[in-house]
Ligand binder design. Structure first.
Ligand code: GDR
Length: 337
């Protein structure tokens, strides 16, 4: 039986990856941070009882070492981070501590305690900033020019992983993932914010949707498709870094148009803009070319943009249609202690 250790297990990708690996017969260990509210997205997975959860923190190397020894993993997935780009402008130092120093802490424990394991780093399309190749795509060879503290911290992480791979002959890899969403996405990311608020408006639980920039473009896929991709990269014969993306891009305005029209409404009647959701500098356009990844692994996404949003709409309809308005309905505390 293979063993996996996942940081960030309580988030969207951690929960889908846990489900995926458990279904493959893995023994899955997850690290959760102590939080004043003990409920997490991970509570949504079907077989929480099969997961071995431990408290730990990327900024606490001793806790990482304890978890690494307990799990004795074959595969390590570093999905933990301060992952909100807008918020990274408000808490830049914490963002860099968690995403850069925290990763380094984990790499050091990996190198010393479990060097035979394979290591996956959640790298991001945010690393490219506003650089686009002449054909309109970003790919593995596109220069990185990050435009946020989050992006800067991820560029460090990307290079640190490559440096450890080369210096210490480790199987350490990067997945450069473009935006990926699902009903488990935090509701302060734009897709889930739009879908949740549109459903609230339809049920007369809200009267407007306040957003920032409507003109930026994103390449949105489904988290479930992307966690399959993480596992493929980790299980390849040779270590490498790959872009995972759909290759399609839409503006925030198009996202709103689509979601509101699915609910029988016109977004122009409800969407307003507020500077507080704008970023000091914006990444305006993302469209990923994942042909290297697709040709190497034969991967294709199962979800289209429309199917992804339909699933998210259905989710919020089922939660908010009951009119209890509770975001955490059905979630359980992760660890009893
Ligand atoms: P992003 O995702 O920054 O691309 O990073 P997010 O959904 O936050 O923003 C996407 C775009 O929407 C615009 N926008 C708003 N965004 C938010 N969150 N809230 C708003 O009200 C709003 N209005 C407009 C943003 O300006 C932006 O252009 C995500 C994260 O998951 C990262 O961790 C990950 O690395 C990248 O995707 C790939």
């Amino acid at each position: 039986m293979k063993r996996a250790l996942i940081t960030g297990v309580a988030g969207q990708d951690g929960s889908y990856l846990s489900e995926f690996l458990l279904a493959q017969g893995y023994e899955v260990w997850g690290i959760v941070r102590r939080n004043s509210v003990p409920e997490h997205q991970i509570s949504r997975i079907g077989s929480l009882g099969d997961l071995r959860l431990e408290y730990g923190d990327l900024l606490d190397s001793a806790s990482l070492e304890r978890c690494m020894r307990l799990a004795a993993p074959d595969e390590i997935y570093n999905l933990a981070s301060q992952s909100h780009v807008r918020i990274s402008f408000d808490i830049p130092q914490f963002t860099v501590q968690a995403n850069a120093t925290g990763l380094l802490n984990l790499l050091e424990v990996y190198r010393r305690v479990a060097p035979e394991a394979r290591f996956y780093q959640a790298s991001s399309s945010e690393m490219f900033g506003n650089t686009v190749d002449p054909d309109g795509f970003q790919r593995e060879t596109t220069p990185m020019n990050p435009v946020s503290p989050y992006g800067c911290s991820k560029v460090f992480g990307y290079h640190a992983v490559r440096n450890y791979r080369k210096s210490y002959d480790l199987f350490a890899v990067n997945g450069i993932l473009f935006n990926h969403e699902s009903p488990r996405r935090g509701s302060n990311f734009v897709t889930n914010k739009v879908v949740k608020t549109a459903v609230q408006i339809r049920h007369k639980l809200a009267d407007k949707l306040v957003l920032g920039n409507l003109d930026s473009h994103r390449d949105w896929g489904h988290s479930k498709d992307y966690v399959r991709g993480m596992h493929m990269i980790v299980n390849h014969e040779v270590p490498g870094d790959y872009v995972i993306a759909t290759g399609h891009t839409h503006s925030i305005r198009e996202l709103c148009e689509h979601v509101f029209s699915r609910l029988g409404m016109d977004y122009r009647d409800y969407v307003v803009q507020d500077a507080k959701f704008m970023r000091p500098s914006e990444l305006t356009y993302l469209r990923g070319d994942s042909s290297l990844f697709r040709s190497t692994f034969g991967w294709e996404p199962e979800y289209t943009f429309e199917a992804l949003l339909d699933e998210m709409i259905e989710h919020w309809e089922s939660v908010l249609g009951r009119r209890d308005g509770s975001r955490t309905a059905g979630l359980l505390p992760v660890l009893p202690r």
